[in-house]
Design a protein around this ligand. Structure first.
Ligand code: TZP
Ligand code: MG
Length: 204
């Protein structure tokens, strides 16, 4: 879970999900999450199957959809506060699969940890146009606060770019995701590597 965590966004992508995920895998990202808010179930299933193939040796998670995760033999799911409850997803997926939960405050973080989440997405840290309903930016103080009270890995997300990623890591994030700042750029590999270099320097 440490380091740069890749999330797809076919709307923002210059080169498309298959290209982006292949690049992310070549960069040895810790996680690839397939997120698609616009596709019908069939399209999502078929895309997930192809991405799973690309992510043979990379942790591959599906956003929102436990059914797609099961059908595509993904390594797990990432769930928001209005998705399927984590405990129910755990029953469906079994003990071995990875479940990440998005949290916006300390209460949600402690609850998610107590009901078996494997990691937390702490969100949104900064203002973001990528997810208009992400809620009020929490700032890095939320990472610091959750870090002192929760033991599972924290992945920061929302408005993170090369200018603020260092602060996010210093605040205690184990990993981070930056979508627009990576997939909307021409050289996805170079953008990912810049984030990975920050983690390398930080020793995480
Ligand atoms: N969840 C919370 S904020 C967000 C998601 C998927 C979008 C992050 O995108 P960006 O472009 O890195 O701000
Ligand atoms: Mg969701």
């Amino acid at each position: 879970m440490n380091g740069y965590y890749f999330i797809t966004d076919s709307k923002l992508s210059c080169a498309g999900n298959f290209n982006d995920v292949s690049v992310a895998v070549a960069c040895k990202v810790g996680v690839v999450q397939y997120r698609n808010k616009n596709a019908e179930t069939r399209e999502m299933y078929e895309e997930a199957i192809r991405l799973r193939e690309i992510c043979k040796n990379t942790v591959f998670l599906i956003n929102d959809r436990v059914d797609i995760a099961l059908a595509a033999h993904a390594d797990g799911v990432h769930l928001g506060q209005s998705d399927m409850p984590c405990q129910v997803a755990r029953k469906l997926l079994g003990p071995e699969k990875i479940i990440g939960v998005t949290v916006h405050n300390l209460n949600e973080a402690r609850l998610a940890e107590s009901i078996g989440a494997d990691y937390l997405g702490v969100s949104p840290i900064f203002p973001t146009k990528t997810k208009p309903d992400a809620g009020k930016p929490a700032g890095i103080s939320l990472i610091e606060e959750i870090r002192t009270r929760v033991n599972i890995p924290l992945i920061a997300i929302g408005g993170i770019d090369h200018s603020n990623a260092c602060d996010v890591i210093k605040a205690g994030a184990d990993g981070l995701c930056a979508i627009s700042c990576v997939v909307a750029q021409e050289d996805v590999s170079a953008e990912i590597r810049k984030f990975q270099d920050l983690f390398r320097v930080s020793g995480k």
